[in-house]
Design a protein around this ligand. Structure first.
Ligand code: GLN
Length: 281
C-alpha cells in the first residue's frame, strides 16, 4: 500500500522537483499545503494514486503545474489561471508594491491595469485599496473571463473589466495610476521554446523584434489617460531598464526611474505626468 511519503518520493524522483510533486498530490486530494505535515504516513486510495500518476506524467511532459492545478498564488490571493492567461510571477509583486506606494489608503483613487490576464495585478491592488476604482483591460475575452471569475470568487468588487488592446477601451477616461505587465520578450528569444513559456499565450510574452512594441505603445498612449501628477508603472525584462527610461523621458514623463526585483534585476520602470507640462498636452 503506497502512502503519501512514498508517492511523493517517487513523483519527486520522476520530476526532479519536490514542490511540484506536493502541489499535484494536494490538488488531487483537495487539501491545503499545511495538511502534509501531519499526513505523510496516510495510505493513498488506488484512485488517488492513479489520478496523481496521470498529473505527474503531464508535468513530466512539460505542462506548467499552475495549468494542471488551475491555481497560482499571487500577493495574498489564490488565483485561477488557464492557458488563456499568463501564469503570475512572484517578481511582478514588485509592480504591486510600487503601485500601492503611490495610492492613498483612505481616499478614493483611480487605477487602470492594462493586459490584466488572470487579473493578478488589478485584484492585488483592489484588495489592498478598497476605495480605489480599478479598471482592467485585456484583448482576450477568454483571459477576461478568468479575471472576472477571480474577482467574483475572491469577493473583490472594485474592479471593472473591459475588452480591448491596452488603453483602447478607455477612451476619454483618466486615472491617477496606470500599471501593466505587458509582453516584453524579443520575438526570436529561444527561451520562448523552453519550459513553462511554451504553454503560455505568446501574445502575453513576446512583443516584436526588440520586445518593446507593447511598452512603446503603452508609454505613448498612457499620457492622455493620466491625471496631472499621475504615474505610469510597467514591468519589463532585466535588460530593458535603460530603454524603458529613454522611452518615458522622450514621451515627456518626469521622475523616471527603474526598480530592481528581489534578485537585483531591473524589473519595473515608471514615470510621472508633470503637473505643469500636462496643461499644454
Ligand atoms: N517575466 C516573464 C518571463 O520572462 C515574462 C512575462 C512577460 O512577458 N510579461 O518568464
Amino acid at each position: 500500500m503506497l502512502d503519501v511519503r512514498g508517492a511523493l518520493a517517487a513523483a519527486t524522483q520522476r520530476l526532479g522537483e519536490r514542490l511540484d510533486a506536493e502541489l499535484l498530490l494536494l490538488h488531487v486530494l483537495g487539501k491545503p499545503r499545511s495538511w502534509l505535515f501531519a499526513h505523510v504516513d496516510d495510505a493513498l486510495e488506488m484512485d488517488v494514486q492513479t489520478a496523481f500518476s496521470a498529473l505527474v506524467e503531464r508535468r513530466a511532459g512539460g505542462e506548467p503545474v499552475a495549468y494542471i492545478t488551475g491555481r497560482q498564488g499571487f500577493w495574498s490571493l489564490e488565483l485561477e489561471v488557464t492557458p488563456a492567461t499568463l501564469i503570475p510571477r512572484p517578481e511582478t509583486e514588485l509592480l504591486v508594491e510600487l503601485a500601492l506606494a503611490r495610492l492613498p489608503r483612505d481616499a478614493p483613487c483611480s487605477v487602470a491595469d492594462l493586459g490584466t490576464g488572470s487579473g493578478a495585478i488589478a485584484l492585488a491592488i483592489a484588495s489592498e485599496r478598497p476605495l480605489a476604482r480599478v479598471v482592467a483591460t485585456d484583448a482576450s475575452a477568454a483571459a477576461l473571463a478568468v479575471a472576472q471569475r477571480n474577482a467574483a470568487r475572491l469577493g473583490i468588487t472594485n474592479v471593472r473589466f473591459l475588452q480591448g488592446d491596452w488603453l483602447a477601451p478607455l477612451a476619454g477616461q483618466v486615472f491617477d495610476l496606470i500599471v501593466s505587465n505587458p509582453p516584453y520578450i524579443e520575438a526570436a528569444d529561444p527561451h520562448l521554446a523552453h519550459g513553462d513559456l511554451r504553454f503560455e499565450p505568446t501574445t502575453a510574452l513576446a512583443a516584436g523584434a526588440d520586445g518593446l512594441d507593447a511598452i512603446r505603445r503603452i508609454v505613448s498612449d498612457a499620457r492622455v489617460h493620466l491625471d496631472p501628477g499621475g504615474w505610469l508603472l510597467f514591468e519589463h525584462g532585466w535588460e530593458q531598464g535603460e530603454a524603458a527610461c529613454a522611452l518615458l523621458a522622450e514621451a515627456g514623463y518626469v521622475e523616471v526611474f527603474t526598480a530592481r526585483d528581489l534578485e537585483r534585476r531591473e524589473r519595473v520602470s515608471g514615470g510621472k505626468i508633470d503637473l505643469i507640462a500636462t496643461r499644454s498636452r
